[in-house]
Ligand binder design. Structure first.
Ligand SMILES: C[S@@+](CC[C@H](N)C(=O)[O-])C[C@H]1O[C@@H](n2cnc3c(N)ncnc32)[C@H](O)[C@@H]1O
Length: 447
């Protein structure tokens, strides 16, 4: 790989002798990793789990294929190993309200959701609409319960969530120097001035994020770049401008202190973390954790979203629950577009927000009836449905292609939660020996 000459000389000046292993690391192959989703029920996975990442529960080195039941059903998520350290630093606790402000495609959101274990509230926001759609797919696949998925710019979002969150992650858009190895195209955008331009954007995102943090709440800031302008210098600026304190991050093997000398010499910057690719298997990251300690500690009340499901629609839902489920899987019901959602009761009134998903889709609204939603199949506990059917891997291929399958004609008609090797993969409807396919049209694929 041919690194930009200005990049080489910049890091030679910054790193001295260490620049040699740093620059050499770009010639090594990219390191792959994946996480196993702790939200999913136990299943028989066909995946090599022999190389665990010691510092990341459920994290493994290796590559996983995309077109497999394990991937389609959200049991695995491919993620570069050093990126996995960020959610570890956020460390969400049960019941907390957590915002992932720059969330697409959803690597850190899915990991945070796993750590929240479907307690508390995850709000995943992405400014770019097409990327937000990918975020929706990934959170749906992961079976996250009641995530609020938004497509807002940080300033607009801040108006709706004043002092609302316990933890906020800003995994900032950055110059992406850590991506060069995996995606050499990323070098095309790079110039000596690019990190400073990215820093301008980061300085607009962060004040908006702080408006949404509760007093005593924690902000985690991360980048996948090595540029001091976007790393230590951003934290030095935040510490000067806002009532924030650095929370030291416990360092594990291969993690280095942030470098005060690369900013304003503030010694607290050493408590941030640099992950360099010459020190650990991964592409590199910068992570800082800050506690917000404003002097005026008043919180803010918000108007919460009320359920809008009554009358006929509620009756149809109750009918579906009584014929197909063992318990009512929904929390609060919201009709949104042509879908019925379960949503978290603490979410603000959604009227002025660009909502991708208010929660978990539980049913598709048809004329005079409801059909259980794909997203529900991936999120609910299998024991909460009345009828289940196991497909072989070969039958799974037919299912994800969108075709019908023949089944035992004696099977009672109705909705079945389908699984493959114990992994829930979607719903199907049995009618007289035929399994009708309800795998969403937009997600179908051929192996
Ligand atoms: C590093 S990526 C996030 C990766 C994601 N956290 C993950 O782990 O999968 C940064 C994201 O910030 C978004 N972004 C770009 N400009 C932004 C802005 N002005 N405010 C907020 N987000 C922005 C990008 O669209 C991009 O999806």
């Amino acid at each position: 790989m041919q690194l930009p000459p200005a990049f080489i000389s910049k890091y030679q000046a910054l790193l001295g002798a260490e620049a040699i292993p740093f620059l050499d690391s770009f010639q090594a192959p990219a390191v792959h990793g994946f996480r196993i989703n702790p939200l999913k029920p136990p299943a028989n996975l066909t995946i090599d789990l022999s190389h665990p990442i010691p510092t990341v529960p459920n994290g493994y080195y290796g590559k996983v294929a995309g077109k497999t039941p394990e991937h389609q059903s959200g049991y695995v998520y491919s993620q570069e190993p050093s990126a996995m350290q960020v959610a570890q630093v956020v460390n969400p606790q049960a019941g907390e309200r957590v915002l992932d402000l720059c969330a697409a495609p959803g690597g850190k959101s899915t990991q945070l959701a796993g750590m929240l274990n479907n307690s508390g509230l995850l709000v995943a926001n992405e400014i770019d609409r097409s990327r937000a759609k990918v975020l929706v797919e990934n959170l749906e696949r992961a079976g996250v319960w009641n995530p609020l998925i938004l497509n807002e710019d940080p300033d607009s979002l801040a108006r709706h969530f004043p002092r609302y969150f316990d933890k906020i992650l800003v995994d900032a858009p950055c110059s992406g120097e850590g991506m060069f190895r995996k995606n050499p195209q990323a070098m095309k955008y790079w110039s000596l001035d690019y990190p400073a331009a990215c820093a301008v954007r980061q300085r607009t995102i962060l004040p908006a994020a702080l408006k949404m943090l509760k007093p005593g709440g924690e902000l985690v800031y991360s980048t996948c770049t090595f540029a001091p302008e976007e790393d230590e210098q951003i934290i030095a600026w935040l510490l000067k401008e806002f009532p924030l304190k650095v929370v030291p991050i416990t360092k594990t093997a291969g993690m280095e202190d942030g470098r005060p000398a690369w900013a304003n010499q503030n010694p607290a910057l050493a408590d941030t973390v640099r992950l360099f690719p010459q020190n650990l298997p991964g592409d590199g990251h910068f992570i800082a954790k800050l506690r917000y300690e404003p002097t005026d500690a008043a919180g803010s009340l918000i108007k919460t979203q009320r359920s809008n499901v009554a009358g006929e629609l509620r009756k149809w839902w109750q009918q579906l629950v009584s014929t197909e489920f063992t318990v009512d899987p929904a929390t609060n019901l919201l009709s949104f577009g042509k879908t019925l959602y379960s949503y978290h009761p603490d979410i603000p009134d959604l009227q002025q927000l660009k909502v991708m998903r208010p929660g978990t889709p539980v049913a598709n609204i048809k004329k005079q009836r409801l059909e259980p939603a794909y997203g529900l199949a991936l999120a609910l506990k299998p024991q909460s449905v009345q009828k289940r059917l196991t497909l072989t891997r070969a039958e799974w291929q037919i299912y994800v292609h969108g075709d019908t399958l023949s089944v035992d004609p004696k099977l009672p008609k109705g909705w079945y939660l389908l699984d493959c090797q114990g992994m829930p993969i979607g719903f199907g409807k049995v009618v007289q020996g035929t399994l009708k396919n309800f795998f969403p049209k937009g997600l179908r694929f051929q192996i």
